[in-house]
Design a protein around this ligand. Structure first.
Ligand SMILES: [Zn+2]
Ligand SMILES: [Zn+2]
Length: 225
């Protein structure tokens, strides 16, 4: 039996609290993220050459984390990933199927963005201990660069993923490379494919390295549908 994503959308929307505001959700994440990046940048003092390496290295680590989360947590039901599994496979993939990718109103952002509190868990659970370790082993600059780059990676994920679910005809579809990234995510949303390809949301570094990158040009009929 074909999956009825429209019926799922109606059920999901009916369950969203009337107090929910997509704009507030977006604002909390954007303000927290940019606040932490600005604060961290202001703590830097005479950064030494090798310390700058923490920016690309941390971004690569976040890229790996997004891959691991989507490949091994988002589509399986391990004890650890149960909450992520239910939000990702249960809600996100049922709400957005490959033929219905765009959100329709700001209330739908509830199922596009990570829950707002997750950025605090990310900060306290990963950035704080990682930064503390770098402070002990290396320097204060290293710690602040790690925190700033880690949160930038988190925001990058949110921005890119959000952009893939924008209403049809958005600037993304007309931007070189960006439209291809959107297409990769659309292919990940094909129900028979979500467990085996395109696990990266931002730049498909680990999909490429680990052989799970899948590309198919959009068919003309598909574009018209
Ligand atoms: Zn998605
Ligand atoms: Zn997925």
């Amino acid at each position: 039996m074909a999956f009825d994503d429209q019926a799922f959308r109606s059920r999901y929307r009916a369950g969203i609290s009337r107090w929910y505001s997509g704009w507030l959700h977006l604002l909390v994440v954007a303000a927290t993220g940019s606040g932490v990046i600005t604060y961290s940048a202001l703590q830097l003092q005479q950064v030494q050459g090798p310390e700058w390496l923490l920016i690309p290295l941390t971004l690569l680590l976040v890229n790996l984390a997004e891959y691991v989360a989507l490949r091994w947590l988002g589509h399986r039901k391990p004890r650890l990933g149960r909450m992520f599994y239910s939000r990702h496979t249960g809600d996100h993939h049922s709400f957005f199927v490959a033929t219905a990718m765009p959100f329709e109103s700001s209330r739908d952002w509830r199922v596009v963005l990570f829950p707002a509190w997750l950025i605090y868990v990310f900060l306290l659970g990963l950035m704080l201990p990682g930064g503390w370790l770098l402070l002990q082993l290396w320097s204060a600059n290293a710690a602040w660069l790690f925190v700033a780059a880690g949160i930038a990676g988190y925001l990058f994920y949110e921005v890119m993923h959000f952009s893939y679910h924008l209403p049809a005809g958005s600037f993304v579809e007309r931007t070189p490379i960006w439209w291809r990234l959107q297409r990769l995510h659309q292919l990940h949303h094909e129900r028979e494919r979500m467990t085996d390809c395109n696990f990266n949301i931002t730049i498909p570094v680990f999909d490429w390295l680990l052989g799970t990158l899948y590309w198919r040009a959009p068919a003309t009929q598909e574009q018209q549908a």
